[in-house]
Write a protein that binds this ligand. Structure first.
Ligand code: ZN
Length: 394
């Protein structure tokens, strides 16, 4: 039995914030909101004074390769733990560890480590997003050309049967793409189209056949032309399709991020970081798989000059998208919480503070950012200083 009371905060309630009520976390789940007077004499393991702060569902990043020198590829349980320890400081409570185009052995090895790591309680690791190797080489960006290949069942079925794969980014137009898409959907993975040259008609067919997301929209695909509307317009016309976007102001111009949010609506936008291992470390040269990536002014680029992921965090992404799109916290928040959760079939268990949801909660300060992070009702991170005094073991 564990019971945590978050008092005096503004609590996210799906379309705005509730005030004057206490959020109760009970045995790893959200128990709901209660009037403070009702709870005064009741026992609690912890009371948190959230005065002047928000209680938000933890952020969910469906597309993240690494941070702080740790990479999902070539990782160990210790390096994954290091990655998780960094992510929770930024209010992230769920992420999909995103693999890269690489050799069969290296992808297999990464999945083996992730399978072991999945057993650990209290981490934000939610599952795996397979990005590549089944991509269109013309739109590969910084993904390894050497290791791009056609999908073969004997290679990908063992991946899918780990039960960890929540999402796959693929170019359905490549040979074998249709079978891969069918198999991935049958295993319950969300199919996201990306690093793809699919034209409008083909893309409309893939969405009708069950693809449900666009990977880092506008990056790794042809742009919009009035006679060749392409993947983006086909996706826009299908209300079941959601759009990943990297709001770092580098991958996509802020005006285009704003256009996407207005055209598709925030309920169809999934904010991702696409963060790579240099995130949190700063400029320099980094090795990723076979490639050397140079980070300058926060921009990660391959030797050919292609963008190689971002150095964005979810906190930065939230602030940016509010600014780019002129949105309030309440308007922007779904793009980092319920929309990603829903797009992988995990809403309202994740991405919500409704009764019954997993108690994945962030105490958020508008100026200071993340002050405390809970995963499944466990306090996994607490900022030093001001907020520390406000969390008391009762
Ligand atoms: Zn990519």
């Amino acid at each position: 039995m564990s019971r945590i009371l978050i008092e005096n905060s503004r609590v996210w309630q799906e379309d705005g914030f509730a005030r004057g009520q206490t959020l109760v976390l009970q045995d790893g789940r959200i128990a709901g909101l209660k009037p403070p007077a009702e709870l005064e004499r009741q026992p609690a393991d912890r009371r948190i004074d959230g005065r002047g702060r928000y209680a938000l569902p933890g952020f969910i990043d469906l597309h993240l390769h690494g941070s702080m020198g740790f990479d999902v590829m070539g990782g160990s349980p210790a390096s994954l733990q290091g990655l998780c320890d960094f992510l929770i400081q930024g209010g992230l409570t769920s992420f999909l560890a995103t693999t890269m185009t690489d050799s069969a052995e290296r992808i297999k090895a990464a999945l083996r480590v992730l399978t072991t790591f999945a057993e650990r309680p209290g981490t934000p690791f939610l599952g795996v997003h397979i990005e590549g190797p089944y991509l269109n080489s013309a739109y590969r960006g910084s993904q390894s050309e050497l290791h791009l290949r056609e999908p073969k069942r004997e290679e990908y079925m063992p991946w899918l049967s780990t039960g960890l794969i929540k999402m796959i980014t693929m170019a359905p137009e490549i040979a074998g793409g249709a079978s891969l898409m069918r198999d991935a959907l049958a295993q319950g993975a969300t199919v996201s189209i990306g690093h793809s040259g699919a034209d409008y008609d083909a893309a409309a067919r893939y969405f009708a056949a069950g693809a449900r997301q666009v990977t880092h929209t506008f990056n790794g695909m042809p742009g919009i032309h009035h006679r060749q509307p392409g993947l983006f317009v086909a996706a826009l016309e299908n209300p079941d399709v959601t759009f990943q976007i990297i709001p770092d102001g580098i991958h996509v111009h802020p005006a285009v991020v704003r256009m996407l949010a207005r055209l598709a609506g925030v309920e169809r936008v999934v904010v991702i970081t696409d963060a790579m291992l240099a995130t949190g470390l700063g400029d320099g040269q980094y090795t990723m798989g076979d490639a050397v990536v140079t980070v300058k002014n926060g921009q990660a680029r391959s030797p050919a000059g292609d963008l190689a992921g971002s150095t964005l965090t979810m906190e930065g992404a939230l602030r940016n998208i509010m600014r780019f799109c002129d949105l309030s916290l309440a308007e922007a928040l779904p793009m980092l919480t319920r929309v990603p959760a829903r797009s992988i079939g995990m809403y309202p268990q994740k991405g919500s503070l409704q009764a019954g949801a997993d108690a994945d909660v962030v105490i958020w300060d508008e100026v200071l950012g993340t002050q405390a992070t809970f995963i499944a009702g466990e306090l996994v991170y607490q900022a030093k200083g001001q907020c520390a005094a406000a969390i008391a073991d009762a």
